[in-house]
Design a protein around this ligand. Sequence first.
Ligand code: API
Length: 394
Amino acid sequence: MEIAAINTVSVAPQSRVLSNTFSRKLGSVSSLSLRSIEREYRVGSARLRVSVASSSSMDAVTAEKTSPSSFLENRESKKVLHFVKYHGLGNDFILVDNRDSSVPKITQEQVAKLCDRNFGVGADGVIFAMPGVNGADYTMRIFNSDGSEPEMCGNGVRCFARFIAELENLQGKHSFTMHTGAGLIVPEIQDDGQVMVDMGIPILKAQDVPTKLPGTKGESVVQAELVVDGVTWNVTCVSMGNPHCITFGTKGGPNLKVDDLNLPEIGPKFEHHEMFPARTNTEFVEVLSRSHLKMRVWERGAGATLACGTGACALVVAAVLEGRANRLRFAACVIYMHTDLELCIGHGETEMHGGSAGRTTGDRVEAGGQPYLHDGSCGSCLLRISTALSVHGH
Ligand SMILES: N[C@H](CCC[C@H](N)C(=O)O)C(=O)O
C-alpha cells in the first residue's frame, strides 16, 4: 500500500465551488447538492482529502474516488490521524494522543510508512501517549522508523513531556509518572519549558545489555575488542533500558575523528553485529576534553539521527568507566551532537537536561509539500526543514 503525502485541506466556504481546472484533474465529475462530505483524491503525486462542509445545498463538484483507500481509511472510514511533531535536538518524533486506548492507533508497518521522509511525514519514530498502567499517570510506547519497538527513548521522553503539557494545558513546573519499556520515568518540566529527566541507573551486566561480548571488568564490558569488517574496535557496552555500544576508536588507533566516519557504511555493521542479539545503538565518540565529548550516533531501527538521549547518557557512563571523563556530579559532560546537551553523572543515576524540544503541528501540514507551519523555538528542526522546504510562519 503506497502512502503518499496525506494532507487534509479544508475547503473554506468562500471557495466551495471548485474550479473546472481542479475538477478536470479529478476525472468524471457531477454536480451534487452537498451536505458535508469528505473525500480523498489523488492530485499528481499527493493525495488530498477534501472536506467540504455546507449547511445548505450548493453547486459543487465531486468525483469518483480515483485511488485505493489509504491506511487511514482502512482503520475507521475517513478517520484522520492527528499528530504533532516534536524533536529533541533534532531527534524528531511524531506524537499521537492515544490516551483513549491501550492499542496504538496505527500498526508498526504503518509507523514505518509514516516515518518515511519522502513518502510519509518523516521522523525518527512515532510515540503514542497512552493510558497509565500500574498506577502511572501515562504510558509511553515508541516505535523506531523501521517499525521496531525499543524499550526507551530519552529525547522521546522529553518530547512526550512537552506533548502532555500541551494536551493537559499544564502551566509552569510540573512532573508526572510515565510507564515505559524500561520502567517508571518521571520527567520534570521546568518553569522555562526545558525538560529534565532522571534516566535512572545504567545497566552494565553483559547479558542484560544484552551483548555476547565477555565481561572485561567483572560482568561489565569495558574497552572490549569487537571486530567489525576485519577492523578491531575498542567498545564499552551500556544499557539505559535499550542497548548501546560506545566506541572511542580502534584498538591502538588514534583518537577518533567522528566527522571522518562514513556512518551509513559502518553503522549497520555494528547495529546487526552477531555480538548484539537485540541489535544495538552505536555511539562513536571523540574526546575534546575531560568534560567535552563529541558524538555521532547510528541508532538501532532508525539509522543516523541528529541526537540520541539514551545514547548520550550511555556514552558518558562509558567515558567515566574508561577514565576519559570526570565522574563528579556537577562536572557535567557537554555532548556536541546537533546542539549541546548537558549530562550529570550522579552516584549511579544519570540526569539529562537541555536542548529545546520544538513542535510542529501535523494537522496543519499543507497540501502539495508546502512548509510545515512552525512555531519554531527549535533551531535545529527549523534548519533541517528549511533545507527540505522553505519554512515560513515562525
Ligand atoms: N533516540 C532515542 C533512542 C532511541 C533508541 C532506539 N533507536 C532503540 O532502538 O533503542 C533517545 O533519544 O534515547
